[in-house]
Every structure is written in C-alpha cells, then in structure tokens.
Design a protein around this ligand. Sequence first.
Ligand code: 13P
Ligand code: ZN
Length: 270
Amino acid sequence: MPITLSKSVHQVIREVGEVGQYLWQKGWAEKNAGNLSVDITDHIAITPAKLKKFPVKPIAGLLPEFAGRSYLVTGTGTRYRDIQNHSSECLCVLQISGDAKGFHLFWGGKREGFKPTSELPSHLLMQNSLRKSGAKEKVVLHTHPNELIALTHLSETAGEEKLNYALWSMIPEAKIYVPRGIGWVPYRLTASQELAKETVKALERKHKVVMWEKHGVLAVGKDAIEAFDLIDAMNKAAILYLLCKQTGQTPQGLSREQIDEIGRMFAPKD
Ligand code: 13P
Ligand code: ZN
C-alpha cells in the first residue's frame, strides 16, 4: 500500500535532486560518494496503524528521544547524479519506531537490496544535535569536494586554524558566508561512531561546515541548496589558494586585520 507524500516533501525531494546534479557537475560525487539526510518530521502525518504495516528494521544505539522522528535519506551506494530522475530508487523516507530500536521505511527505497546510507547512525546523531540546539537547519549534506580535500593533505593548510586562515584570506565572501570557519575533524574511519561523535562536537561549536580530514566535507542548511552553497563558497576559496600555489608563489592573501574587519562587519546573528 503506497504512501502519498505531501507537496512540501516533494519540493524537498526536487531540491535534493537539483543539488545532486550540482554535486555531480562539480566532480564532488564520484560513484556513490556522499550522502544526505533531511529532517521532515514536521511534514509527515502517518497514522500508527499505517506505519505498523511497514516492518521495523533494527538500528542500534538510538536514544529514546529519536522515537517518531521522520527523515528523508539517501540509500547506500546511491549515485547523487541519479537522484533527480530516480528519486524513489535513490531515496527513502523512514520514521524511527516508538521504542527507538529501529525504523519503518515507508516511502522510496525501490531499488533491489536498498538500504539507507552506511552513515545513517552519524546522520541521526547530527540531526538530533541540530534539533536539540533549536537550529533552523534540517539538512545534513556530505560530499567529496576536490580542492578542500586536497588542502587537508598539505601540512601548511591541514588543521582548523591553518585551513580557515588560508580560505578566509583568499576572498572576502569566505569569511562572510562561513564566519565561524570550517570545523576540523581529524581522520576517522568512514561511517564510524568516532567520526559521528567528532562531527557532532564540531556542530555544537556552531560550525555549519565540517571538514573530514582526507575524506570530505559535511554541511548543514535549512535546505539542500543552502548547505551546497556553503561548501561551494569554501571550495572556491580552496581553488584560488591552489591556483596561486601552482604559479610557484605563495599567495599574498588578505591580512588577519582585513579578515577581522570583515568578521566584525558580518558577525553571525545566531
Ligand atoms: P554511502 O553510499 O553508504 O552513503 O557512503 C558514501 C560515502 O561518502 C561514505 O563516506
Ligand atoms: Zn564520504
């Protein structure tokens, strides 16, 4: 018995499809790289009787406060480039069961052997952290942006302080759009609890963009476009940095005083 989603959820799905195209065109979404979740709890009204028809798939380690929350998530192995034309095969909508021991998958997931992203436990931890802090952000987006990742391999730009200074010094918008800078998470195994916990700590420090050293980037936004824009702006600064380095010279960069001045003029409101 198929479930009909509201217009607002279809709009969210359209935006996710659009962003999937951008990520692919940028070259940040090779094969199944990246994944995404959206908290759509406020847009879902499914009766307990209907929900019961979709068997619970177990998931370990969830707190009781997750019960009843609904999320749109990408499937593991999904290609971002396929989402726009095959949304019900690449995405699913799930609701955490009343005892928080699993989830009911009640829309999408139409591909053979479909499972939510391998990073689902991390996405849920991050979504919960955003919700508890009262943040307006509903989307958690993970992707593999080339130039930002490259900077995590260079000793002169690896680490939170060095990375942010290099990026902010390239173009004023980097400081304007990401005033608190990128949060740095040292290399941790993909889909591990350690990676999830370190990322949550960075979100608690109010970073909206988080760098996973030698892996990729995660950004949060009120919608998928906003999360994409933040990564795009910072990756542009990374491109400029590497372009300057390719000449064999060290970029002059904006001074710390100039960056601080921008920081004072465009201080974050939240
Ligand atoms: P999934 O295909 O399981 O979502 O993994 C992609 C990824 O980028 C892991 O870091
Ligand atoms: Zn990844």
